[in-house]
Design a protein around this ligand. Structure first.
Ligand code: NAD
Ligand code: UFG
Length: 346
């Protein structure tokens, strides 16, 4: 069974590719490499001992997408491709709307044309906006506070409309909480461009000596230690949730939404302390003002995924820190290669 993985060279897509290959799926991987490096493809092959085609295609290029769908008999699509930096989305909103929304519409149009109607979509807990309470379940009201979040919300709505118009679609909307960690081999991991926006990559770059000090954004939230609380989830657990969702779509009709989180909130200081004790690296930090747009507490009620998909997160915060550090210290400068050499052409 061949699965198309869009955004498969990126952080989560590369881990999903490994999990799919290790579970006997064939894959075709597509990525325009706008936020990833081709070396990740080589690492996926090395880790799994399996070969697969990679296409450096942009979802905005409908003609190339059609050529790809004409060539392969895809059974389903895992759709990770998208731009994801919240701050950047405020600066260049049109790029975000165009890339994420038009890209998804192109993909769905071509899927419909070739009768490939099973889709697993990367949504985000950002669609809950500033939740009234925690834990957050799938029935909570939805809102978005920035263009990136609005692209996720709009795509969810577009996919719901698509299903209403044609009930032969089978769609899983997976709302990720805070994915961190890396494959335990340390061969693939998160490889941010420039200064990391997110907490865990910043911590690990401080640990490796690339950044001097972590700024902790706010210590006056209503949390157990005043710092923000999040539902950190190991990326390998997260991608296992995708395989469960795929199996679910094989057996069930409809469009369903699932939170992918652990159900436990840890604070910024909890994460720093755990990282320090697991890795024996010192993480100097200072408290600074809250970051605009941040919320205090966010963690999932993950019961629906447990009940319906038979999935729950298994890895703890120590494992998330250990695997992040293993990736970072083995790859202090990420994948360190250029994208000049392209592996396959259509
Ligand atoms: P990533 O940037 O590492 O991976 C996304 C990949 O998509 C990149 O390799 C990029 O080159 C590719 N891409 C972007 N636009 C494309 C286009 N038009 N055509 C082809 N390829 C394109 O990000 P990630 O962390 O792996 O996230 C994957 C998905 O999960 C994204 O949709 C993201 O919004 C979503 N998500 C991520 C997080 C997180 O914290 N990492 C949280 C919630 C949701
Ligand atoms: N933080 C710091 N210092 C930093 C970076 C982050 O103190 O240098 C704090 C933030 O204030 C927050 C926590 O660490 O309290 C987590 O911040 P992240 O940026 O790692 O994650 P967010 O929860 O803010 O956002 C992430 C993704 C969004 C996604 C959201 C919900 O970046 O794209 O989770 O899934 F929408």
């Amino acid at each position: 069974m061949t699965i198309l993985v869009t955004g498969g060279a990126g952080y989560i897509g590369s881990h999903a590719a490994v999990e799919l290959l290790n579970n006997g799926y064939d894959i075709v991987l597509l990525d325009n490499l706008s936020n990833s490096q081709i070396e990740s493809i080589n690492r996926i092959k090395e880790l799994t001992g399996k070969d697969f085609p990679f296409y450096p295609i942009d979802l905005l290029n409908r003609g190339e997408l059609e050529t790809l769908f004409a060539k392969y008999d895809f059974k389903a699509v895992m759709h990770f491709a998208g731009l994801k930096a919240v701050g950047e989305s405020v600066e260049i909103p049109l790029n975000y709307y165009h890339n994420n929304i038009t890209g998804t519409i192109n993909l769905c149009e071509v899927m419909a044309k070739y009768e490939v109607k099973k889709l697993v979509f990367s949504s985000s807990a950002t669609v809950y906006g500033n939740p009234e309470r925690v834990p957050i379940d799938e029935s909570f009201p939805l809102s978005a506070t920035n263009p990136y979040g609005r692209t996720k919300l709009m795509i969810e709505e577009i996919l719901r409309d698509l299903y209403v118009s044609d009930s032969t679609w089978r769609i899983a909307l997976l709302r990720y909480f805070n994915p961190i960690g890396a494959h335990e081999s340390g061969r693939i991991g998160e490889n941010p461009n420039g200064i990391p926006n997110n907490l865990m990559p910043y911590i690990s770059q401080v640990a490796i000596g690339k950044r001097e000090m972590l700024s902790v954004f706010g210590n006056d939230y209503e949390t157990h230690d005043g710092t923000g609380v999040r539902d950190f989830i190991h990326v390998v657990d997260l991608v296992r949730g995708h395989l469960k969702a795929l199996q679910y779509l094989e057996n069930n009709e409809g469009i369903e939404t699932f939170n992918l989180g652990t159900g436990t909130g840890y604070s910024v200081l909890d994460l720093i302390n755990t990282f320090q004790s697991v890795t024996s690296q010192k993480i100097p930090y200072q408290f600074v003002e809250r970051r605009a747009g941040d919320i205090g507490i966010c963690f999932a009620n993950p019961e629906k995924a447990d009940k319906v998909l038979g999935w729950k997160a298994e890895k703890n915060l120590e494992e998330m820190c250990r695997d992040t550090w293993n990736w970072q210290r083995n790859n202090p400068n990420g994948y360190e290669t250029s994208n000049d050499i392209l592996l396959h052409e259509i």
